[in-house]
Design a protein around this ligand. Sequence first.
Ligand code: NCD
Length: 355
Amino acid sequence: MRKNHLIDLNDLSKAQWEQIVELAIRISKSPEKYTEHCKNKIMATLFFEPSTRTQNSFQTAMLRLGGSIIGFDNPQNSSVSKGESLADTIRIMSSYADIIAMRHPTEGSALASAQYSSCPLINAGDGGHLHPTQTLTDLVTLANELGDLNHITIGFCGDLKNGRTVHSLIKALSVYQQTHFVLISTDELTLPQRFKDIITASGCTYKEVYTLEEAIGSLDVLYMTRIQRERFSSMELYESQKNVYVLDTEKLKLARPDLKILHPLPRVDEITTEVDDDPRALYFKQAKYGVYARMALIITLINSNSHEAVLKGEALNGHHCANPHCITNAETYLKQSFLSDGETVFCEYCDAPIK
Ligand code: NCD
């Protein structure tokens, strides 16, 4: 863990995140036992990007734990619109709240903010980079539905390039034994090389395919995703990608009877509404697990006393991250910081490899 923050689920050991998953499952069975766990505590939800589930499930989680909430969901109503830096916003909000959940459109913004936060800070999505609390939600769902998370074959379909939920879940499932990833995407939206390297380095395997039909029959889990319109530089490219993958009842005939269909939601057109009635469709149930996952996470972080460093990498003699979407290029006072996995050197904030 980086101090008592949650920036990337893989900052925790597998044993640590499994404890959170187990707590979430216990809470789901008797939520009435947890109504006082955050009495007199305040959560700030700082949403610089739109959200339905993540923001409201954090707020529901805190209220169900007996706490209160402050924050904003439109940065135009905060001093950010007057030009306040992210660092100053976080310094102030962490002096008001006991825990922060933040979503921001820029990659690495959560790690940047954690350096200025005097209370636990949770990454509720940092641009196209990571979304660790969706991953916790996904793990709670899979643990409940499958039991054992080892030896699974999981297909990821759609926008694997920009989908932060995909990146986070791939990192987490790479820690389990013999996960086989089937990456279903067009050439334009393939998984970034850095995440493929993580799969290979962990001893898991992947294959890349173009059609859902050729993959679906072999899967234990299918993780459908939305094409992330807001992350495209050209609407023309978005238009060419948006309807390539549609899961419908015809394609489901090729799937196993025990397939688990997940989707972080929101859905646009990539799953037809008839599929909702299929017992294999778990995405609405999955959204509900998100509240229990976040309740468990809040309890864990509020009671944590980790003293680990927030920033673990180092500056590389004047080198700057070349990713235009990285927070270090927007908030230029931030320290540059790079890590190495032995083969690749990458920006600690956004994971982009240096060339
Ligand atoms: C996802 C997100 O925001 O990344 N939604 C969510 O948090 N459940 C997925 C998406 O927006 O497509």
